[in-house]
Write a protein that binds this ligand. Sequence first.
Ligand SMILES: *Cc1c(COP(=O)(O)O)cnc(C)c1O
Length: 451
Amino acid sequence: MRYHSHNNPTITAQFSQALLASLAPDGGLWMPDKIPNFDTGKQAQLGAMSFADCSSKLAKHFVDDHFSDSDLTDICRDAYDFPVPLKTLSGYELDTATPENVNADFILELFHGPTLAFKDFAARFMGRAASHLLQKSKEKRTILVATSGDTGGAIGDAFLHQKGIDVFILFPQGGVSKVQEQQLTTIGGGNANVHAIAIDGTFDDCQKLVKEAFANKDYTERFNLMSANSINVGRVIPQSFYYFWTSLQIKAAHNDLPIVYSIPSGNLGNLTGGLIAKAMGAPIDRFVIGNNANDPFVDYLNTGEYKGRNSVPTLSNAMDIGRPNNFPRIVKLYNSDFEAIQKVCWGASFTDEETERHMRRVYAESGYIMCPHTAVGHMAMKEFSKDIDMPFASVCVATAHPAKFANSVERILRTDIQLPEPLKKAVSRKKIVHISKPSLDDVMNFIENKS
Ligand SMILES: *Cc1c(COP(=O)(O)O)cnc(C)c1O
């Protein structure tokens, strides 16, 4: 597969170059030239495979000849060694019961990877793919990644001890949950290749610093910078795999129902993955987007006008994004046809009060504990279904384990929640973090001394 800059179709690259360079030389986002399309016969074969093997077959179409079929099988089996369950609020799991008796309202739990958020899917593929390339070429890279909470943990975990790569994670000081901060600042233990930098500012400041670093030729060349944020096409492609595979599982059980996914969104990388899966022919009818108070995309869907803005802090902090960096990709995927986007995407935004109330209601009615992000997506789906009078299968993407937000979830639900094993370990380790002003030179000085 070849890729081109979203600003200029004559600037092109192979997958390997696009992955390691992050942005096109003109500052554009890499876009796949032509998304592969699978007919229903091929889909049936792919849907019958394990998630990991289906992923490696899909990945084959997006990479280049630096990856053999067996490389991809190894990468995907190693990356995706955890379950991808479709559950209902009442605890039913799609592949363990007879479908006829069960409603088709699913929660797709994407939080069973090592850092308990959906970002593991992309980070683990990307980390293995990058290290595969760098081992062959004996090159080095420095990853600079801005995180509003979950990306940093997933990238740090996926790249820990990968040869040829140093990782620097920028997060807003005080802007991530306690458990997230504990995860972010305990990955490398101070002497490995993963380092945390707390920025005295917001997530937008962190994202701006990373963008400035990549726009600076001196820095990108001196440090061989590579981005692990969702501006990198290597992050976005693997996020299509779980939409493709899970939609086929649902179709196999509920053949005649249209399928609608709801996605709690911030930078829109997860949605972009979904839209790519749909373009590959996955049987997905629509996407419902949930935003918190940071809702430039929902505004766009309602008005046709896009206005980036400064972010405000909310309960669902991983979605506190005022200028979603995948917006241009989505517009390009639909050739700037707003009506085409509106046909596929529907959105609604919610306040923190509404989110808290919804989490309490779901817990009271079913005992299911949602993280605040998942709750935003779940509310959006409820809102969407009010206007639809035909039956459909709904799939609410659960983006993180509620224990990652233990402090707020325990306060809202007035119940204790158990920390899963990986979080218990992270919470017991000593934090090592460098604190920096939101200044690019300060950040790069620190990096210079560490790498
Ligand atoms: C990153 C994240 C989101 C937002 O995903 P985008 O791809 O940035 O839209 C939502 N929920 C959680 C828990 C996240 O970590």
